[in-house]
Design a protein around this ligand. Sequence first.
Ligand SMILES: *[C@@H]1O[C@H](CO)[C@@H](O)[C@H](O)[C@H]1NC(C)=O
Ligand SMILES: *[C@@H]1O[C@H](CO)[C@@H](O)[C@H](O)[C@H]1NC(C)=O
Ligand SMILES: *[C@@H]1O[C@H](CO)[C@@H](O)[C@H](O)[C@H]1NC(C)=O
Ligand SMILES: *[C@@H]1O[C@H](CO)[C@@H](O)[C@H](O)[C@H]1NC(C)=O
Ligand SMILES: *[C@@H]1O[C@H](CO)[C@@H](O)[C@H](O)[C@H]1NC(C)=O
Length: 257
Amino acid sequence: MKTASLTTLLASAVAVSAHRPILVAKTTNTTLPTTTVAGVEVVDTQIVRDARALISTMEPYLYRHQMRSWLFGVATINNNATLKALIDLEVHALGTLIHDLGWDMTPNSTWVTSDKRFEIDGAIGSRKFITSHPNADQWDLNRQQLVWDAISLHGTTSISEYKQEDVRTIVRSIGMDYEGEHPGIPADINAEILAEFPTDGFLQGTDDTFIWFCTSKPNATYDTWVQPWGEAFVPGYSAVGHRLFDRVHPPNTTTTS
Ligand SMILES: *[C@@H]1O[C@H](CO)[C@@H](O)[C@H](O)[C@H]1NC(C)=O
Ligand SMILES: *[C@@H]1O[C@H](CO)[C@@H](O)[C@H](O)[C@H]1NC(C)=O
Ligand SMILES: *[C@@H]1O[C@H](CO)[C@@H](O)[C@H](O)[C@H]1NC(C)=O
Ligand SMILES: *[C@@H]1O[C@H](CO)[C@@H](O)[C@H](O)[C@H]1NC(C)=O
Ligand SMILES: *[C@@H]1O[C@H](CO)[C@@H](O)[C@H](O)[C@H]1NC(C)=O
């Protein structure tokens, strides 16, 4: 019965979206413990608690952004039987909760490198967090990779939209924190999430962090979607000579005005 209903859901999901990735049922069927946060029923395993504890030490605006990404996403999943059948809720929790480890401006941060774009710092950080966790044996390479892929692609929706459903849903959940309307979520839940985890300081924090990337590790921003922050706000910043375009069309070395 359960199998039949999942099969029906999968078939209808595939039928309406032939250009979408092939939908694969989640590889774990365990009934996971849950708790309620801001009116949303969320998964409550030790690794998810530890992920929440980890980000609670980051800048308050950044902690709240990652919490909202998780909660908006889970509220959407809880409201959609197709997603509920497909999404691995622990993978979704980690993919949203710790997606911005690469934003950690703490001096000598454990997560931030001097040469990698921030999504890769975050993705590598997520794998370190999972593989060093006492419950790492519950994380096969596929589950680790889903989290890794989602975090590495969370700013690149033109790719993530065509990845696995878990990856696509994690990236969409993060994107929901940059949108006004959330039609997939009951209005009262939406309001409760925003009341408990307000957006104060989020856009300013985004600007400050991206300007910091363009200033402190410009090599890791050229030809990425962060590049416009450097061009708009960082004096002397120029990607010219560092883009793939420049390998095909080398810039003139003699500057003209
Ligand atoms: C999980 O449950 C679904 C539906 O009952 C089933 O099709 C699937 O094979 C199960 N997966 C695992 C790994 O047990
Ligand atoms: C539920 O999620 C599926 C898979 O992403 C999507 O195709 C469908 O449109 C969603 N349903 C609603 C009512 O939003
Ligand atoms: C960061 O690391 C550098 C080099 O190891 C060290 O000199 C500096 O004191 C450290 N700063 C902090 C705040 O720990
Ligand atoms: C930046 O990249 C260039 C090559 O594109 C390299 O020569 C340079 O050493 C790099 N700088 C840093 C600080 O990594
Ligand atoms: C380099 O300069 C030449 C001569 O002014 C010009 O024709 C060419 O378009 C320039 N190339 C680039 C990539 O700007």
